[in-house]
Design a protein around this ligand. Structure first.
Ligand code: SF4
Ligand code: SF4
Length: 173
């Protein structure tokens, strides 16, 4: 008899747990039903087949921009290399034979193993020649050399285009 109140309390506590479990399952199944009925509202995607675009202000892998004739906009002024806190930009300047007013980078390497993705190179460039709007992240590689992003590689990168057609602008960084 002395144990009865304790026993009753135990049953009541178990009943409470059951109620909470039922409530939780109700939330789960309501989301499941919503996702089945409206798949476009799902917050998860089947990665890596489907990838959500990065937000416009996300600092992704660099790219070097070009003039309309395809020549790099970079004038090898070294502002980015000077401002880079990680010292990971290596530029070798050269002169155009037919364009005496500006130089171009014969070499432009970024060591992605050292880069801290700070974006100061983009900020310091007076020519809008380097951007971090590709929507890519540095991919894993087997050798250190594979993490040296060369001028050719940086020039081949394209900007990320959002599903609504929006392209990040320079001021978005
Ligand atoms: S993002 Fe920062 S660390 Fe990386 S290359 Fe640019 S300035 Fe250097
Ligand atoms: S990317 Fe811009 S800041 Fe860097 S060397 Fe070229 S022009 Fe100068």
């Amino acid at each position: 008899m002395a144990n009865t109140p304790l026993k009753q309390r135990g049953i009541a506590r178990e009943g409470g747990y059951l109620l909470e479990i039922v409530k939780g399952m109700g939330v789960t199944f309501s989301h499941l039903w919503k996702n089945i009925r409206q798949p476009e509202n799902r917050r998860t995607v089947a990665y890596p087949e489907i990838r959500n675009p990065f937000p416009p202000r996300f600092r992704s892998v660099h790219r070097l921009t070009r003039h309309a004739d395809g020549a790099p906009r970079c004038t090898a002024c070294m502002c980015c290399a000077t401002g880079c806190p990680a010292g990971c930009i290596h530029i070798v300047a050269a002169e155009y034979p037919d364009r005496p007013i500006e130089k171009y980078p014969a070499r432009f390497d970024i060591d992605m193993l050292k880069c801290v993705e700070c974006g100061l190179c983009v900020e310091s460039c007076p020519c809008d020649a380097i951007r971090m709007d590709t929507g890519m992240v540095p991919m894993p590689a087997f050798t250190r050399e594979d993490f040296i992003y060369t001028k050719e590689r940086l020039l081949s990168h394209e900007p990320q285009v959002a599903p609504n057609g929006y392209r990040p602008r320079r001021g978005d960084l």
